[in-house]
Design a protein around this ligand. Structure first.
Ligand SMILES: Nc1ncnc2c1ncn2[C@@H]1O[C@H](COP(=O)(O)OP(=O)(O)OP(=O)(O)O)[C@@H](O)[C@H]1O
Length: 323
């Protein structure tokens, strides 16, 4: 088995998925995930995350394009891929009359070389719930059980579809710790999430899907760096926007004025902030409420979704972003 760290464990090339009625949910996406990386697929509702993950899991055949997981086609070569991957679906769907321990034992019986169920249940914080029927678990506990079942086979690649949906803040943090631990032990993780702070804190790289296409991809820092930073302040008493240095000279690409509050957008944060402060110093005025900040992943996400929608309205062409 090749355990080369730089090996691309997941490779997706120009992947498309079309549903029965002809709806194209995945419209030609390309990305790869290296061994030991955590890769997040983000996107608005209906962006195509689950449709993509199902293709990676070998649950459906692509309309066109190529998927390789551990060097194999997960659909056509399911037997080669399945034992080395763990899958946590959005809906577990296991029999709810069984207890937690019975469910884990039953699942372990289907997995070759399974970890001891008790150990895995302990790992996800369900050691105290082994005798409880699945139907009596809370939503968050069910997600933990889903995760435990995905971990039973000690997988090289783990697919997590919205792993922390329904978990409280503590449960979410515990799951993040678990995923980090798995990553440190060399597991490759592909997850989908609606939580931007989850992607920001957990993912080595991510892709933002919008209407079946990749609208942006890279490390969280790269994706946010592509978005403008913001400077907000109150116009000093007696001053107007036109009294500031010309916004173009400040490197400002857009602005809004709301009463006396001015918001500037810039991709040259240091230059804009420095010139603005030098101007204020020279004018002997204070810029009240001054707030200077880089874009967060959330702002990047919202900005990309807005841009992509606007571009989609004007043209069917889409932007290519470097992964
Ligand atoms: N079986 C199906 N038949 C037809 N259309 C489908 C089917 N399954 C999903 N879709 C459509 O494909 C699109 C992508 O759905 P998908 O579930 O992949 O999105 P998602 O990004 O996972 O969304 P969410 O965040 O809401 O889970 C949606 O518009 C959805 O309505």
């Amino acid at each position: 088995m090749d355990r080369n760290e730089h090996e691309h464990v997941i490779e997706v090339t120009d992947l498309r998925r079309v549903y029965g009625g002809g709806f194209e949910a995945v419209r030609g996406i390309t990305f790869s995930v290296a061994r030991g990386e955590v890769f997040a697929l983000l996107g608005t509702n209906g962006a195509g995350k689950t449709s993509t993950v199902e293709l990676l899991e070998g649950l459906a055949r692509p309309a066109s394009g190529r998927v390789r997981v551990l060097g194999h086609d997960p659909y056509a070569e399911r037997d080669a891929v399945r034992p080395r991957t763990g899958v946590m679906l959005q809906e577990g769907g296991f029999p709810s009359e069984l207890t937690v321990a019975e469910t884990a034992r039953m699942w372990a019986g289907c997995v070759s070389g399974a970890r001891p169920p008790a150990e895995v249940l302990d790992r996800v914080g369900l050691a105290g719930k082994t005798g409880v029927r699945v139907k009596q678990l809370s939503g968050g506990e069910r997600r933990r059980l889903d995760l435990a079942l995905a971990l039973l086979g000690d997988p090289e690649v783990l697919f997590l579809d919205e792993p922390t949906t329904g978990l409280d803040a503590e449960g979410r943090r515990d799951t993040w710790e678990l995923v980090r631990g798995l990553r440190d032990a060399g597991t490759t993780v592909l997850l989908t999430t609606h939580y931007l702070e989850e992607a920001e804190g957990l993912a080595d790289r991510l892709a933002i899907l919008h209407e079946g296409r990749i609208a942006a991809a890279g490390t969280p820092a790269e994706v946010t760096a592509a978005q403008p930073s913001r400077i907000t302040f109150e116009l000093p008493e007696g001053y107007f926007l036109g009294d500031l240095p010309p916004l173009g000279e400040l490197g400002v690409s857009g602005h809004e004025v709301d009463g006396r509050v001015v918001r500037l957008r810039t991709r040259q944060l240091q230059r804009a902030a420095t010139r603005l402060l030098v101007w204020a110093e020279g004018a002997g005025v204070e810029l009240r409420g001054l707030d200077v900040r880089s874009a967060s992943l959330e702002e990047a996400f919202l900005g990309i979704a807005r841009e992509a929608s606007a571009a989609g309205e004007q043209s069917t062409e889409h932007k290519e972003y470097a992964a």
